[in-house]
Ligand binder design. Structure first.
Ligand SMILES: [Cu+2]
Length: 119
């Protein structure tokens, strides 16, 4: 079990970030969107780091594949107001895992930040 630092989790348990999941998120257009997504994900047990690319609408999440699965990662971001689908989820050792399709992504328009909702 590897110790992974850099997580903004407060509960302090040891987590293994053995999985990287890439999401495509909609409605992502400014820095506060990125912060919102990071906060939502980092409060989930098992998530160790979150990278948000606003221009690409891409969210890269390192997480413990057992503690939280890709579909759950996508639904957390969706619930935060950014409808998301799993683009890819893979073990960090390079072996591909089956991509979990977040088939039940629900549209939650109008929940994003005010700057996004302007356009
Ligand atoms: Cu925004």
């Amino acid at each position: 079990m590897a110790l992974v630092f850099g997580a903004a989790t407060s509960w302090g348990a040891v987590q293994t970030a053995d999985t990287v999941t890439i999401l495509k998120a909609e409605n992502l257009s400014c820095g506060s969107c990125a912060v919102r997504i990071k906060k939502a994900l980092e409060s989930e047990p098992g998530v160790t780091s979150v990278e948000v690319d606003i221009d690409a609408g891409k969210v890269t999440v390192s997480h413990d594949g057992k503690a939280i699965q890709a579909a759950r990662v996508a639904s957390v971001v969706t619930d935060a107001g950014y409808p998301s689908t799993v683009v890819k989820t893979a073990a960090k050792d390079g072996s591909e895992k089956e991509v979990a399709k977040a088939g039940d992504v629900k549209k939650s328009m109008g929940v994003g930040c005010s700057c996004c909702n302007k356009n």
